[in-house]
Ligand binder design. Sequence first.
Ligand code: F6R
Length: 626
Amino acid sequence: MCGIVGYVGHRPALDVVLAGLRRLEYRGYDSAGVALPHSGGLAVERKAGALVNLEQRLDEIGRDTFTGTAGIGHTRWATHGPPTDRNAHPHRSGPADAGKTAVVHNGIIENYLPLRAELEALDIWAESDTDTEIAAHLVALAYAGRAADPSTKGDLPASVRSVALRLEGAFTLVVTHADEPDTIVAARRSSPLVLGLGEGETFLASDVAAFIEFTRNAVELGQDQVVTITRDGYDVTDFRGEPVAVSPFEVTWDLAAAEKGGHDYFMLKEIEEQPTAIADTLRGHLVDGRIVLDEQRLTDQDLRDVDKVFVVACGTAYHSGLLAKYAIEHWTRLPVEIEVASEFRYRDPVLDRSTLVVAISQSGETADTLEALRHAKDQKARVLAICNTNGAQIPRESDAVIYTHAGPEIGVAATKTFTAQVAANYLVGLALAQARGTKYPDEVVREFHELEAAPKAVETVLESLGEARALGQLLADSKAVLFLGRHVGYPVALEGALKLKELAYMHAEAFAAGELKHGPIALIEPGLPVIVVMPSPKGRAVLHSKLLSNIQEIKARGARTVVLAEAGDETVKPFADHLFELPPISTLLQPLVATVPLQVIAAEIARARGYDVDKPRNLAKSVTVE
Ligand code: F6R
């Protein structure tokens, strides 16, 4: 989820691009770079770290070559390759056209490995570890007339279209070429791109925040479209070159709201980004019918040798780990233990080289999880990390990695990284099932495709967020809230309670509903809100009927019941004071849809109580002390 800016106009492009990148820094901040046409060539500079590092570097080298009125820029959130100067965007072509083409990219190009091999066969070698760089080389070849279809020679939009047609995955690609200093061309598939239309100037960006200080007239690019901008306007086609009609709109948000996608808080924006976060996390992990991990230093034989799995994590990541246990045990028949990382190493867990430890961490820097990982490695266990931050310590010290491509999470409370972690956990389960043969290859593919359909179901939930907000308002004055669930609904209940505690500073407890009679039912008093996560009546009929009894027990004692149930589940209606309907989905995937309204309810209660949803008191995004 990187930030992208492009500009052609009458102002100094470097200033416009840097100002835009500053507004987009929340989208990525592990490196930044710019490229401007200059004297028949390109002036390019890029630097690892925050944008300020790039600005300092430009001051050091002097900005004399960065004086044009067109240019592109990028802030990166690493996907392929660690966050270094070398991997920072823009990426440029090589000897094919003397480095005259530069590209910035947001997204993931899934087929970059075969494309890179194709380039290598032409003696064109990538300088970086990124998937992006191949796009620069391919555009350069097309523009030079050296691609299979030579008709793109000297035609930048046609060159970009021909390359876009060859790319699989999600991408916004923005291209500048030294021979076309007054033109920028961009292509979009499953990744955002907006145009800003000014007087004698045109902007391109990942979102409107980058340019609304200059213009409020915008155009949202559609799926599989290519746009060519000049200072006089723009031209949009599909990937085949057919003209496409677009409708300009006026941006009414102020700058602060624009950065947050029109919301008051980043967290609310991040809740809405969950379908993309899940889809991006899954992207590229099924290759030729097989599950592949991101960085794998483990062989299939290593995975076959595993006889026990430990999952270690903290907080929200731990809750996602609880779900890993359900999936991995079910799919692989391997025993799985899950433990909060801060407890793990202090109780002498039994580990050896046949143990696989799955360490889950959004930041990749959490001290408890890192120390648990090191303890596991000392005992010769293998470690697989699930992490949202490329190049962080936890993935660096692990034997294999799956990245959750959720992009940076600004809200301190984890939301999109939770659902992305759940998706990644399931990938681990499928990778193990595949290596160990506990599922047939076609079953693995089927499970993967089912997982791929989950973002659509999450979108359905997002359409009813108004109801979740209204529920939050209704519960805002409560003293405490209890959460109940069974099976995969239990970790969802735990996560719902954690969100409420950390955001709304409200007493919240989650219980496995079966435990109710063993003590917690004493807490029920008239009017106490209890949020219940119901399983599907079809998917888990036994659990459904048990939970139905639990609701009746608490209702009989005066609890105010808020029930999350599958749409069409009539049986719960008589016992639900408030009902939130979830789209039908398979058992293991239900947490992906059920967690979303709980995140919203917690945020809404916090808002109603006047708290800062993005920065809850006493909490830090990354906890680097034990
Ligand atoms: C809760 C939350 C925390 C983190 C926990 C682990 O909303 O964000 O509970 O989940 O501190 O952090 P990471 O995943 O960075 O290891």
